[in-house]
Ligand binder design. Structure first.
Ligand SMILES: [Cu+2]
Length: 339
C-alpha cells in the first residue's frame, strides 16, 4: 500500500514537471504566438488538454517503471526467485477501459473543435488568393482590387478561395493557427475570423522551390474603419492607375506577383530590387556589364535566362512571362518611376 501512495505522489509531481518542461520548450500554449482568430481559441484549448494528458500518461508509465527498477531490484545476497504471478484481471480491465474513455473524450473534443473551426458564416467576405513561386496575390472580387497584402476586417469571417499557378503551396498564418494547402487546378477554402487587430505574415508551409522561405506576404487585420478606408484607397488607386501607362504597368505588376521577388525599397529579395532600376549599370554572371534600358527589361521579362544578373542563381528563379508589346511598355513606364 505504501508503495502505491509513494508512486501516486511521484506520478503527480512528474506530471506537473513534464507539463512545465513542455511549456518551457514552447510546446504548451503560453509560448505560442498570440492567438488572433476565433478559430485559434478552440484549437489552443484542445492542444493544451492534449499536452496535459500527454504529461500525465508519460508519468504514469515512466514513474512506476523506474520506481520498480530501483525499489524492487535484486539486492546483494538475494538469491531466491521472484514471486510467481498469473495476471491480474482487474488491472487489465482498468487499463483497457481508461484509455478507451480518454480516446472517446478526445474524439468528442476534436470533433467539437473541428466544428468550431469550420463553422460557416453565410456573410463571410470572399477573397481570392493566388499562390505562385514565390509570392501571394489577393483579389477582392467585389471591388476589383488586386493586392500583394492581405487586408481583412476584424471580427468578420473571411473566406479565402485559394489556388496555385504552379506547384503546391500552403497558406499558414501562425497567429490564426489554421493551415491549408493551395493546389494547382482547384480551389481550396480557408475560413478565418480575426479577433485581434495587428500586422501578421503569411508563410508558405509547403516546400515549393528554392525561394520557398521568402514566400511571406503581409497579413493585416484592420478595424472595420481602417479596412473601409483601405478598400476605398485601393479602388481609387486602381481607377487612377488604369488611366496612365505607368499606372497600368503598376497594375500588371500587382496582378502578376512581381513584387513578391522584387522589392521597391532597395532590399534584395529573390530578385534584384527595383529601386532606381532604370538606367542602372549592372554586372551579369558572365562578367559583362549592361545598362538597364527598354530592350534589356523586355528581354528580362520574356526570357529571364537570356542574361542572368551576377550573384543570382542560374537558371533564373524568375519564371518567363507572356505580355503584349503594349503591356511591356507599360511595365517599363512604371519601372522608370521607381526612384
Ligand atoms: Cu510556396
Amino acid at each position: 500500500m505504501q508503495h502505491f501512495v509513494v508512486v501516486g505522489i511521484l506520478v503527480i509531481l512528474t506530471t506537473v514537471l513534464t507539463y512545465l518542461g513542455l511549456d518551457v520548450a514552447g510546446l504548451a500554449k503560453h509560448q505560442h504566438p498570440v492567438s488572433a482568430s476565433l478559430q485559434s481559441i478552440s484549437i489552443d484549448q484542445l492542444w493544451n488538454w492534449e499536452m496535459m494528458v500527454i504529461s500525465f500518461l508519460f508519468s504514469l508509465i515512466i514513474v512506476p517503471m523506474l520506481y520498480s527498477l530501483i525499489v524492487f531490484r535484486q539486492k546483494k545476497g538475494e538469491l531466491e526467485d521472484g514471486e510467481h504471478m498469473e495476471g491480474n484481471a482487474t488491472l487489465e480491465v482498468v487499463w483497457t477501459v481508461v484509455p478507451i474513455f480518454l480516446v472517446v473524450i478526445f474524439a468528442y473534443l476534436g470533433g467539437k473543435s473541428l466544428g468550431d473551426v469550420r463553422r460557416v458564416d453565410p456573410q463571410a467576405v470572399t477573397i481570392f488568393v493566388k499562390a505562385q513561386q514565390f509570392t501571394w496575390t489577393f483579389e477582392y472580387p467585389e471591388y476589383g482590387i488586386i493586392s500583394s497584402e492581405l487586408h481583412i476586417p476584424v471580427n468578420k469571417q473571411v473566406v479565402l478561395k485559394m489556388t496555385s499557378a504552379d506547384v503546391i503551396h500552403s497558406f499558414w498564418v501562425p497567429e490564426f493557427r489554421i493551415k491549408q494547402d493551395v493546389v494547382p487546378g482547384r480551389y481550396t477554402e480557408y475560413r478565418v475570423t480575426p479577433i485581434l487587430v495587428g500586422d501578421y505574415k503569411v508563410r508558405c508551409a509547403e516546400l515549393c522551390g528554392t525561394s520557398h522561405s521568402y514566400m511571406e506576404n503581409a497579413v493585416i487585420v484592420d478595424t472595420q474603419e481602417d479596412y473601409d478606408t483601405w478598400i476605398a484607397e485601393q479602388v481609387e488607386i486602381a481607377k487612377l492607375a488604369s488611366l496612365t501607362p505607368e499606372g497600368q504597368g503598376q497594375l500588371l505588376v500587382a496582378r502578376n506577383g512581381c513584387t513578391g521577388c522584387h522589392s521597391l525599397n532597395g532590399t534584395r529579395l529573390t530578385g534584384p530590387t527595383w529601386l532606381n532600376i532604370y538606367g542602372r549599370e549592372e554586372e551579369m554572371n558572365d562578367g559583362s556589364k549592361i545598362v538597364i534600358d527598354d530592350a534589356y527589361i523586355a528581354e528580362s521579362i520574356l526570357d529571364p535566362n537570356a542574361h542572368i544578373v551576377a550573384t543570382y542563381a542560374s537558371p533564373s528563379q524568375m519564371p518567363a512571362f507572356v505580355f503584349t508589346d503594349e503591356e511591356i511598355a507599360n511595365i517599363i513606364a512604371y519601372l522608370k518611376t521607381l526612384k
